[in-house]
Design a protein around this ligand. Structure first.
Ligand code: GRF
Length: 187
């Protein structure tokens, strides 16, 4: 099986990145993480790229030619698939058009509910019964592409933002790899 050369975009902790790196060491897993792009030079996730000897680049999304830099790097590493894992920046239309149905994102809510930021505080305020995560294709609208995989759990009366985040992330570590397997199942 030829693994798809994949770039993971991060901005922070990178725990999903680490999980994908470990999963992708499995021969039967459909992707190889060939590049990590971070728009935050302090992102802890970069440490995972370093540890596992994966090329990484910091691309400051605030500078004018950042998009060109992203493109050059995707080309340089022959990237054919992109995973957004806590990337706090909207992906440009140009990138989306260049990689149709080849960019996926993980979001900490049961989409279409709670798009955007601060999902856990909004869930608690709203008295939600269920929380979870969604892996979806990325299109031009924020957190709106079609769903590939969702995993959910029941919210407990003792839950707070921190516990919701922990429970959600545990599910994310299952959902993201499963979604990737699903994407490539019939290719
Ligand atoms: C995840 O909870 C994901 O749902 C959201 O950002 C978080 C990233 O966490 N998009 P990490 O950087 O992978 O630890």
């Amino acid at each position: 099986m030829v693994k798809k050369k994949t770039c993971v975009f991060i901005s922070g902790q990178g725990s999903n990145l680490k999980n994908l790196i470990l999963r992708s060491r499995d021969n039967s897993f459909p992707i190889k993480i060939s590049l990590v792009i971070s728009n935050n030079h302090k992102a802890f996730g970069i440490a995972h790229a370093k540890k596992y000897k994966i090329p990484y680049v910091f691309i400051n999304s605030k500078v004018q030619n950042s998009e060109n830099k992203i493109f050059l790097n995707l080309k340089k590493y022959n990237i054919s698939f992109i995973c957004l894992a806590g990337y706090m920046k909207i992906i440009s239309a140009r990138i989306i058009n260049t990689y149709p149905k080849k960019i996926i994102n993980i979001h900490p809510s049961l989409l279409p509910k709670f798009k955007g930021l601060n999902t856990f505080s909004r869930m608690l305020k709203n008295g939600e019964k269920k929380a979870g995560c969604t892996v979806h294709y990325v299109n031009k609208k924020l957190d709106s592409g079609s769903t590939i995989m969702q995993k959910e759990f029941l919210i407990d009366s003792n839950d707070n933002e921190r516990s919701l985040k922990n429970k959600t992330q545990k599910l994310e570590y299952k959902a993201f790899p499963e979604a990737i397997i699903k994407v490539f199942r019939n290719t």
